[in-house]
Design a protein around this ligand. Sequence first.
Ligand code: NDP
Ligand code: ZN
Length: 351
Amino acid sequence: VKSFAMKEVGEVGWIEKPKPDCGPYDALIRPLAVAPCTSDIHTVYSGAIGERNNMVLGHEAVGEIVETGDKVEDFAAGDKVIVPAITPDWHSRDIQDRGHQHSGGMLQGFRFANVKDGVFREVFHVNQADLNLAHLSPEISMESALMLTDMVTTGMHGVELAEIGNGDTVVVLGIGPVGLMAIAGAAINGASRIFAVGSRQVCVEAAKRYGMTDHINYRDGDTVEQIMESTDGKEVDCTIVAGGGQDILKQAVELTRPGGTISNLVYFDEGKELPLPRFEWGNGMAHKDIRGGLCPGGRVRMEKLSRLVEYGRLDPSHLITHRLYGLEGIEDAFKLMKEKPRDMIKPVVMV
Ligand code: NDP
Ligand code: ZN
């Protein structure tokens, strides 16, 4: 079947690959809507997870089931489903001691375009359908559902890792689609003041809509100085890192109070080490907790996030600025993701 793949580090293109087999617990799915992710760009152009040859790309999809294995109970051909970016092996013992994102090894819950072919193809495979798919509710749009698969679950995870609670002050470093969903999650969780750091005007407008109270443009001067000026030198309770370069954790440590929490969502794609500022980290004793994690996947997560949309708490469709059509549209969407035009937040492809 026709597939859009990483041919090798630095090169993408269309290839033909055999239709995947459907195991007894699995499903084969025809994509209805897909989107590229900034992570695909790190994977292809920085070779961040290593060399991959003719690996089909893509991990954000809503689709229609075309075939299920004979052990699948709750799904059948014709069902429209949300396919989370993270589709772990729920039979692995690792689930019990390291979390589903790392079942089968560190980051191995992230299977699409990492350990197996992704969703950018005419038909793709999902393991353990009953645990890795969620029914698409007729109450929510396909576009919103597509944003749940990765952008929403990731942004919300930043909020969960940072343990944001009522009245907390928050900085979100980076306001692409991931940072924007972190802002929305922080607001839902009761954050008071929410600083959003970024420069693209379209993202700033969206940040306002999702709950930003203060905008900081990192291109106008030092981010930490700008924030400290408006807080009279007081650090914030929590910082979520959703953008920036190799040394962005330094700023996060400087911005966060002793006892506060930093959660990282960035997929760092270069360098052997990540720098931390010794003094601001209390010479190692500041109780500034640094956490980082891959977004949760699985059926229940998608069902819960879907309810946030269904009951009007969140409208992730405002992330979508560019729409392409047909399977072939994937190539242009991927190019857009690489180039990041300044009027773009997230492109989607309606297959
Ligand atoms: P984008 O590239 O769309 O957004 C990045 C944001 O960071 C932009 O707002 C950009 O500003 C801002 N930025 C750039 N440099 C700085 C800086 N020096 N200081 C502060 N802000 C800066 O990315 P996405 O939102 O799509 O993804 C964010 C990250 O999350 C990526 O690394 C991605 O790979 C990762 N990711 C992680 C997942 C996980 O499970 N943990 C899942 C999905 C994605 P500007 O307005 O100037 O562009
Ligand atoms: Zn992603």
